[in-house]
Ligand binder design. Sequence first.
Ligand SMILES: C[S@@+](CC[C@H](N)C(=O)[O-])C[C@H]1O[C@@H](n2cnc3c(N)ncnc32)[C@H](O)[C@@H]1O
Length: 271
Amino acid sequence: MATVSLFGDRQHACAYLQYRPVPHEMVHTIMNYVKERMPFPLELAVDVGCGSGQGTVLLAPHFTRVVGTDISPAQLENARLNQQPPNVTYSLAPSDALPLDDESVDLVTAMSAAHWFHPEHFLEEVHRVLRPGGCVALFSYPIEMDVEYGDSSLTHLCQEFYSAVSAFRHPRIGTKSVDIYKKMFLSCPYQDKEWQDTLPARRTLSVKAFIEMLKTFSTFQQMQLKDPEQAKLICSNLKTKLLSSMQVCTTETKVTVTVKYFYWLACKPKQ
Ligand SMILES: C[S@@+](CC[C@H](N)C(=O)[O-])C[C@H]1O[C@@H](n2cnc3c(N)ncnc32)[C@H](O)[C@@H]1O
C-alpha cells in the first residue's frame, strides 16, 4: 500500500491551518481518558499526521514533550511558523517509522489523519512506541457538517456540494472514512478500548470561512485539480443558496456549524 501525498501544496497547507476546526473537545476527551489510566507527570506524546499542528499544540500543557510527525514538508513548515509552545517539536516521518524509541511514548494521537495510513503497519508502530499502560487515540470527522442560521437548519442546502465532492474521494478512503477507523478499532488487540460514533462540536463562523473550510477537504482539492470549473461552480452555488436562504448579502454573516467527530481510544496493557 503506497503512501498517499495529498497535502504537499503550500497554499493548501496555509488554508488548512486557517480554516480547519481546532479539536478542543476531542483533546479534552482524550486527556480525560488518559488521566484515568496513567499516573502523572506524563512525559511524551506523539501526534502522527500532525499537519499544521493545530491539534498537536493542544497536547502541550499535559506533557513534558510533544512531537508532531508528518510526511508533508509544507504542512510541517506551517506548523513551525505557527506560534509554538517550547515543548513541541516537529519531525518529517511516515506513520510506520516514527523517530521514537521502543516503549517511550505515553500517548499516540492521529487527528483526522489515520485514514491515510497503512492500518496494520501503523498499529504495529503504535504498539512499538507505546510504553506499557500508554494510550492511543484516533479521531476524524466527515465533510457532511450541519449548518444552522438562528433556528433554521441550512444543512439541506449543502447536500449538492457534499454529493458533488464525494465523487472525488481517494480510492484509499472508500465511501466513508469512518469504516476505516472502525476496522482499525476492531483489529486493535488491546482489551481496554472504546469506540464513539459521534461527538458533536459546534463552531460559529462566517459563511466565507465555512466554504473555505469545505475547500480544504482532499475531495474538493481533487475536484479542483480535475475539474476546476465544476469546483468553482459548486462553491458559488453553495454561497448563493446559503445567502439567499438567510436573506443576507454578505458572506461575513455568521452561521453555526456542527462538526461530527468519531473516535476510538485504547490503552496498551501494563504487562
Ligand atoms: C487531513 S490532514 C490532518 C492534519 C492534522 N492532524 C489536523 O488535524 O488538522 C492529514 C495529514 O496526514 C498526513 N499524512 C498522510 N499520510 C501520512 C503518512 N503515511 N504518514 C504521516 N503523515 C501522513 C498529511 O500530510 C496531512 O498533513
